[in-house]
Design a protein around this ligand. Structure first.
Ligand code: NAD
Length: 479
């Protein structure tokens, strides 16, 4: 249902199986064109309360629905989503600014996969049992759904992350109230249309659109919301922790990163350069796992810099609809200002901008003239304690320096070395949730995902998401 015309699309909340109008709406902008292209509900407490009530009521039935039926609904959603992959990809790109090709090859296929993985995992045995000979006692566990789950997502990977939370929550028998980012709400609304078609009962999935400080805050505070899965910034997570401090909710917080690539002298540069280019600039650098500082051992530093800068400077930035575009637009003018502010700071600090600072770097056609584009930027000669090395920039800007190690954030890191001992030794030392060696973003959904320190609390991933969305009960029976 790609809306190619200039007319503005209006989306609605999805509550208790119905699309419902709201009193207030706000603008959603197409970042590649800088124009309003959708009106999104600016929901508040009233809409939220209705959604939670619907989810609570639906929980009574959904939590007792057979796993086969829950699985069937998720698999049907996956099938429907896959059949509409192209229109979801186009809309994801229009809403977010990423190239359509990225949404087509990464975001939407992964959303389909999320639904399939959790839709099938739940069919398998996830309980434990043991027998204690000395007490002649049988122990077993059973998993119970938690209740109404609150799901809050950021703007960078809208469908990818939303389905990574909805799928396990539903598979485990919970009902959900979701709050996508106010900047990228449209594909979540499209997903609701599939829910009805997939036979998901009313009230099981509810979607309330709006800002974090209004409806997001109301969602996390609601006493009937028993578990919250949040992905977003460290600052918002702090607010959520404070807002929920007096309630015993389950919380999973997947937050920002300041991810490092560590490149040793014995690196295979042929493999490393394209992967590190990708890990740094894909999705305009707007992936929580994107590399934003590169530590290079001195022996290979010059060669790495030359090859990496060459690779970064050949990236095509432009119209997300263009099949040759590799990098699209940043999400908003505010974010563009934030990212360019870091590059200005680098200049003030006397750092060297190796690529990115050429005035003609981005060539745009007239329809994209007001878009929020920023070139792939590589910086060196930066001190370790510069903000550029310490703070999450979340854009296509990377600093390259000779070796050091210090980590404030701990989401992920990548190691580049052909020496297996180096790989394991460094992997063990790094204080991050995920280490990739000689690769990046090779994600197995069975594996736990999450961060340390300011990068988050809790893990998501197959059994880890099941742990989040269930309460495990131990029963001990003496025979
Ligand atoms: P954000 O924290 O500003 O917003 C995330 C979501 O939280 C949005 O839906 C927003 O409306 C909502 N929100 C804002 N204030 C709220 C409040 N007080 N109560 C409840 N909800 C509130 O983050 P963002 O700018 O949308 O996303 C970028 C951030 O997300 C980056 O820091 C990035 O690293 C992080 N991120 C992390 C992961 C991960 O898996 N670790 C993945 C993607 C993005």
């Amino acid at each position: 249902m790609a809306n190619n015309s200039d007319s503005v699309l209006q989306i609605e909340n999805y509550i208790d199986g119905e699309f419902v109008e709201t009193a207030r709406y706000m603008d959603s902008v197409n970042p590649a064109r800088g124009v309003v292209w959708a009106k999104v509900p600016d929901s508040g407490e009233e809409e939220l309360n209705r959604a939670v009530s619907a989810a609570k009521k639906a929980f009574e039935t959904w939590s007792k629905t057979s796993v086969q039926e829950r699985s069937r609904c998720l698999l049907k959603m996956a099938e429907l989503l896959e059949s509409q992959l192209e229109s979801f990809a186009e809309i994801e790109s229009r809403d977010q600014g990423k190239p359509v090709s990225v949404a087509r090859n990464v975001d939407i296929p992964r959303a389909v996969y999320n639904l399939r993985v959790f839709g099938t995992a739940i069919l398998h045995h996830l309980e434990m049992s043991s027998f204690q000979e000395d007490f002649f006692a049988l122990n077993y566990t059973s998993r119970l759904p938690v209740g109404v789950a609150g799901i809050i997502c950021p703007w960078n990977l809208p469908m990818y992350l939303l389905t990574f939370k909805i799928a396990p929550a539903l598979a485990c028998g919970n009902t959900v109230v979701c709050k996508p980012s106010e900047m990228t709400s449209v594909t979540a609304w499209m997903l609701c249309k599939l829910c009805t078609e997939a036979g998901v009962p009313r009230g099981v999935i509810n979607m309330v659109f709006g800002t974090g400080h209004r409806v997001g805050d109301a969602l996390v505070r609601h006493p009937d919301v028993r578990v919250i899965s949040f992905t977003g910034s460290t600052l918002t997570a702090e607010k959520i922790r404070l807002a929920t401090a007096t309630q015993c909710k389950k919380l999973s917080l997947e937050l920002g990163g300041k991810n490092a690539a560590i490149i040793f002298d014995d690196v295979n540069l042929e493999k490393c350069i394209p992967t590190v280019t990708r890990s740094t600039f894909i999705n305009q650098g707007e992936v929580c796992l994107c590399t934003s500082r590169i530590f290079v051992q001195r022996g290979v530093f010059d060669e790495f810099i030359t090859k990496f800068v060459k690779s970064a400077s050949t990236i095509t930035v432009g119209d997300p609809d263009d099949k040759d575009t590799w990098m699209g637009a940043l999400i908003s003018p505010e974010h563009l200002a934030k990212v360019s502010g870091y590059v200005n700071l680098a200049k003030e600090e006397g750092a060297t901008i190796l690529t990115g600072d050429e005035p003609d770097r981005i060539k745009l056609n007239s329809k994209n003239a007001k878009g929020y584009f920023f070139p792939p930027t590589v910086i060196t000669n930066v001190s370790d304690n510069s903000k550029l090395m310490q703070e999450e920039i979340f854009g296509p800007v990377v600093c390259v320096v000779p070796f050091t190690t210090e980590d404030e954030y701990g989401l992920c890191a990548s190691i580049w070395s052909q020496n297996v001992n180096t790989v394991h030794r460094v992997a063990r030392q790094l204080q991050v949730g995920t280490v990739w060696a000689n690769c990046w973003l090779v994600r197995d959904l069975h594996m736990p995902f999450g961060g340390l320190k300011n990068s988050g609390v809790g893990r998501e991933g197959l059994i880890h998401s099941v742990d989040l969305f269930t309460e495990v009960k131990t029963v001990c029976v003496q025979l």
